[in-house]
Design a protein around this ligand. Structure first.
Ligand SMILES: Cc1cc2nc3c(=O)[nH]c(=O)nc-3n(C[C@H](O)[C@H](O)[C@H](O)COP(=O)(O)OP(=O)(O)OC[C@H]3O[C@@H](n4cnc5c(N)ncnc54)[C@H](O)[C@@H]3O)c2cc1C
Length: 392
């Protein structure tokens, strides 16, 4: 039993476990929200199709596009949480986010074309929002789209595009009116990533992998029929779709697995011939992390319960996300510290602990404090929107 969740959701969790145990491709051994290898894409497309076909995903969509009549409000967050618990991957790419925008603001033709192809795994999407000088200040974006007959012509650059190297379509924000106040001159587009003039350049990260990309646009022509919502109303389109984007990270399902690994690690690492698990300071620290992980889980459950009872406020999601990302970072830093000099070994080195999982998790841990709004910006949200404090 999970706090605030009843039998219906317990049965759903069982169903996720069952489907995952029979059909899920293995989740890559790495932590976090990582882009897959090209060779894994066909299996992940098929897995995405199955998640929709089993009505584990897309349940909030209109019924004519495969949604349920009366879905439980926590259905999709429970599915995301349980997939992490059982070590199964989620759907590939950003199709759910793009679908939210298309459902809320798209034309009937867009819904009929895109939604079935997201469900079938045929279209992998990426999110083309952030730019080198527009991340937290997203409305400051400079990629331009100018009208040319029944097309828009796009020039500019995006960055941090997860899955950009695999995506068939991009959910793009571009400036269509340079003279309007910055939030008012932005338009949302569906961009076919194979259009001439789109170049995707993977970025190699400190973890050694390429999860993100730079994406360049050089005279890229997009049919006007692929504007999502109204021209110059892209900010409203994005705000509505982001509001529907539920992150499973905050539930902290992955932290329970990390705790198990931490205890195993402390039993393996030795000082003066004895496992460090026998040391008081190490046991104290592990006890502290156990408490933090449980508090995180309870705070997340409280947030969900407040959603269910329509009693939440603007601070709930930010509080959960800040708590999760900071406990996650501290736990992985501690795991690396425990290893002493051996902490500099990496995946593939002889006698590296847990095949380098800790090093990868440590290096990736910072990403959760940035993705989905940096923790500093989310603290501003709590201060201004939940507590009503004056803007800084
Ligand atoms: C794992 C991951 C996946 C991502 N995937 C995508 C993707 O698919 N598509 C996409 O478009 N983007 C993606 N991003 C980018 C992400 O949205 C941005 O990194 C994020 O919005 C922050 O922007 P920035 O990196 O430009 O940092 P900046 O906004 O430049 O911030 C730099 C620092 O200044 C601080 N700061 C900024 N403004 C304020 C303020 N008002 N008050 C206090 N402090 C402030 C920030 O907290 C941060 O510490 C991803 C990022 C990560 C980590």
């Amino acid at each position: 039993m999970h706090l605030g969740q009843g039998t219906e959701l317990e049965l759903l969790r069982e169903r996720v476990r069952d489907v995952a145990s029979r059909y899920a491709p293995p989740r890559p051994g790495r932590t976090g929200v990582r882009a897959p290898e090209a060779a894994d894409i066909p299996a992940l497309r098929e897995w995405t199709r199955l998640l929709f076909a089993e009505q584990l995903l897309g349940v909030n969509w209109p019924v004519e596009y495969g949604g349920l009549d009366d879905p439980h409000p926590l259905h999709e967050s429970v599915v995301a949480d349980e997939l992490i618990r059982v070590g199964a991957p989620g759907p590939v790419g950003g199709g759910l986010l793009a679908a939210a925008a298309i459902i809320a603001s798209g034309t009937t033709a867009q819904k009929e074309f895109f939604l079935p192809r997201i469900r079938s795994g045929e279209h992998i999407w990426c999110q083309l929002f952030s730019e080198p000088d527009a991340g937290s200040d997203l409305a400051g974006l400079r990629t331009r789209a100018r009208v040319d007959g029944d097309h828009f012509v796009v020039d500019g650059q995006k960055v941090w595009t997860t899955n950009g190297q695999h995506a068939d379509w991009g959910y793009l924000l571009a400036r269509t009116d340079a003279d309007a106040p910055k939030h008012a001159g932005i338009t949302a587009f569906a961009l076919d990533m194979s259009t001439p003039g789109v170049s995707v350049r993977p970025l190699r990260e400190i973890t050694g992998t390429s999860d993100f990309n730079e994406v360049f646009f050089d005279g890229v022509r997009i049919p006007a029929a692929h504007v999502i919502g109204e021209v110059n109303q892209g900010w409203a389109v994005t705000t509505a779709s982001l509001a529907q984007e539920r992150s499973s990270a905050g539930s902290g399902a992955s932290l329970f697995g990390a705790l198990d690994r931490l205890v195993r690690l402390a039993a393996q690492v030795t000082r003066a011939g004895r496992p460090v698990l026998e040391r008081d300071d190490v046991r104290q620290a592990i006890g502290g992390f156990v408490a933090d992980v449980h508090v995180n889980s309870l705070v997340s459950a409280l947030g969900e319960s407040r959603v269910l009872h329509a009693s939440g406020d603007a601070g709930d999601a930010p509080v959960s996300k800040i708590l999760f990302s900071e406990v996650n970072l501290a736990l992985h830093e501690f795991g690396l510290q425990l290893q002493g000099h051996d902490g500099v070994r990496i995946e593939g080195d002889a006698s590296v602990y847990d095949d380098g999982w800790w090093q990868d998790a440590f290096l990736y841990g910072r990403a959760f404090t940035i993705a989905g709004g940096t923790n500093e910006v989310l603290r501003n949200v709590i201060a201004e929107r939940a507590l009503g404090l004056p803007r800084g």
